[in-house]
Design a protein around this ligand. Structure first.
Ligand code: BDR
Ligand code: CA
Length: 439
């Protein structure tokens, strides 16, 4: 398929989704998108790989090498915990608890007046729950909304779990919206063998009676981002997807103008080195590889900075069973007790004396970016492959000779890839946020 044909098909794809939006709601749009993506992907898979590769090289090899060299000159050192280049200059870290106390609802920590606006996209999920508790409780974040997608559990369970977590955190003021029930192309697969039958550890925790926002997740994202686009630079939203990227792909293709309200995307998914859903692929990207590829492509086109908090760092920040038990001991059915029970569930499931805070690490990376070491690298998503579909191919080569002779050229999407993490620092950050305050 030639580059022009690919562009035409993309335009047709967006048109189909927009049509669907006009006549019906976004739940239907996601099905239309899936149906429309299928022939494109099949055509791409059927195409001569060399012709296809040539047509997809957005940047000539010589330019790509030059771009890569430029990136290397500004990259953070390979060791150490340096701030990544040109970003996060306004980050508030190490300031909690603090701030004026005027902005959060009763029963929550006072929010810093310079709190960073964030939206989480989740498939709650034991570790998504850990992430929600942190984002809901930490004073340097201003949680503007939570959108839900099918992943670890069916999307209806994800919504119920998310509302239950926010209630425990005293944050039912945060709008929660239901999004895509299934991936664009793949059949849904859940991860109840990891997260329990209800997707959240089968804790027998009282369910929230609250309901979701009436808007589809994509509509909620569109509205919040559109409003952010009209404000100050500091009001731009940091989007934190912790789940299959279906909602975000639909958003960026349907409403690309929302880029003006986005500061950056910090997502949990992928890896430079390892997989978990398969030997090659990480669960969130494996679950909906087309969506992940669309998000990287759209972010690159729209100039949205992307950070990948993948499996290279995901398992490292860990909380011990003793620390979890101490959280639970306080009781009260609040954030601390729920967080402790979630860690304890994982310790039992994996017969371990400690458990990762998982997706919560990506939220830590927003709060305290100096705790991760990143490199800005080209990333592609493998959409074919017998054993490697859904793998994030992170290009770590550093010799221009290799790059110049690579028929694929450099990937257009440049991503700040987290390669190591100060694990104790992030575990402590999570524990402190849950231990502080009564909610
Ligand atoms: C990711 O997949 C899910 O099981 C977790 O919630 C996390 O987002 C890890 O691969
Ligand atoms: Ca998740």
């Amino acid at each position: 398929m030639g580059a022009g044909a690919v562009a035409l098909v993309r335009l047709a794809l967006v048109g189909l989704v927009l049509d669907a939006l006009l006549v019906t709601d976004l739940r239907v749009a996601s099905v239309v998108m899936a149906a429309a993506v299928a022939p494109v992907v099949l055509a791409v898979l059927d195409a001569d790989p060399e012709v296809e590769a040539a047509s997809r090289v957005a940047v000539p090899v010589s330019q790509a090498v030059a771009a890569r060299s430029a990136v290397q000159t500004v990259s953070t050192p390979r060791r150490g915990w340096g701030r990544r280049p040109g970003s996060r200059e306004e980050v508030i870290s190490g300031t909690y608890p603090g701030g004026s106390g005027a902005l959060k609802p009763v029963g929550c920590l006072p929010m810093d007046s310079l709190a960073r606006p964030v939206i989480l996209d989740v498939d709650t999920g034991v570790d998504d729950a850990c992430a929600l508790l942190l984002a809901a409780r930490h004073p340097s974040l201003d949680l503007r909304g939570v959108t839900c997608v099918g992943g670890n559990a069916p999307v209806e369970d994800v919504v119920a779990n998310t509302l239950t977590v926010l209630e425990a955190a005293g944050r039912l003021d945060v709008p929660v919206a239901q999004g895509a029930a299934r991936p664009l192309l793949e059949h849904p697969v859940n991860a109840t063998h990891v997260h329990g039958l209800d997707g959240m550890g089968d804790l027998d925790w009282p369910r929230s009676a609250a309901g979701p926002d009436p808007r589809h997740a994509v509509e909620l994202l569109r509205d919040v981002l559109a409003e952010a686009a009209t404000g100050r630079q500091a009001d731009r939203i940091t989007l934190v997807p912790l789940a299959p990227l279906t909602n975000i792909a639909l958003l960026l293709r349907t409403h690309p103008e929302v880029a003006a309200g986005l500061r950056e995307i910090v997502f949990m998914g992928g890896a430079a080195h390892v997989g978990n859903a398969t030997a090659s692929a990480e669960f969130n990207v494996f679950h909906d590889p087309e969506a992940a590829a669309v998000v990287l492509d759209a972010a690159s086109e729209l100039g949205i900075p992307v950070t990948m908090f993948g499996l290279d760092v995901f398992y490292d920040p860990r909380v011990t069973r003793e620390e979890a038990d101490a959280l639970v001991a306080g009781g009260g059915r609040g954030a601390a007790e729920l967080g402790g029970r979630l860690i304890a569930f994982q310790c039992e499931r994996f017969a371990s004396t400690s458990a990762t805070i998982g997706d919560a690490g990506a939220v830590c990376a927003v709060i305290d970016p100096d705790g991760v070491r990143t490199e800005r690298l080209p990333v592609r998503v493998e959409l074919a492959g017998t054993w490697s579909r859904g793998r994030t191919i992170v290009d770590r080569r550093d010799w221009s000779g290799d790059l110049a002779h690579d028929p694929h050229g450099a990937a257009p999407a440049m991503v700040d890839v987290c390669l190591s993490v100060d694990a104790q620092r992030y575990a402590r950050l999570w524990l402190d946020a849950l231990e502080t305050g009564e909610a």
